[in-house]
Design a protein around this ligand. Sequence first.
Ligand code: CU
Length: 232
Amino acid sequence: MALKSLLLGLAAVQAVTAHFAVVYPEWRADTLAEENEDKYSQWDYPCGGVPYKAGNITNWPLGGGALQLELHHPWTYLFVNLGLGANATNFNISLTPDLVNVTGKGTLCIDKLAVPDDSIKEGTLASIQVVTSGESGSALYNCADIRFTKNATGPSNCSTSDGLEMHTIKEDDDEDHDHDNSTDSSSQDGASGNGSAPADKKNAAAGLMGSDKSVLATVVGLAVAFSLGLGL
Ligand SMILES: [Cu+2]
């Protein structure tokens, strides 16, 4: 019984601080809303299970535009991927070619995420998939649908919360970081996401965890709750 109430307590914490929101460009659906709880889950790939055009299509500048997120976890790795075309299923263009680690909760505003493909034409439809991941490697997904438009204007009010920091962790040698879309992006993703990480990446993660044990305990507790299932 004690274990069960502990897990229920952790589940309640998770519900309050849950997951993340995409504010701009507008996400397909509010996957945090109570009325969507039974329909969608941010744990589901792709797009938290929300279908294409469930929401609005936002005009987004050719060459790249702004991204505004509401982050609710103490820290997260952040990946942003682009899929070209209507109802894209292949999010093969990375808009975060270097590993991004965000610490703190609140609003994250990135003024311009550059699109490494200058052949994209006016009016091209596409979708952006935002992926956040913690130490367990499990990931959360949300998507926003866009239309590349030369004169698109960004969000009217986009600024990053105090205390929220974004760190980009670059490879030591940046020979391969020319943002060239012609390289195989699946192997690029693999290189930035798994065991081939250079030592400074691991040190950054270790330093973060070491600096806040209460955060670590919460994350581990939640991971345990998730692994046992929340339907207790
Ligand atoms: Cu969450």
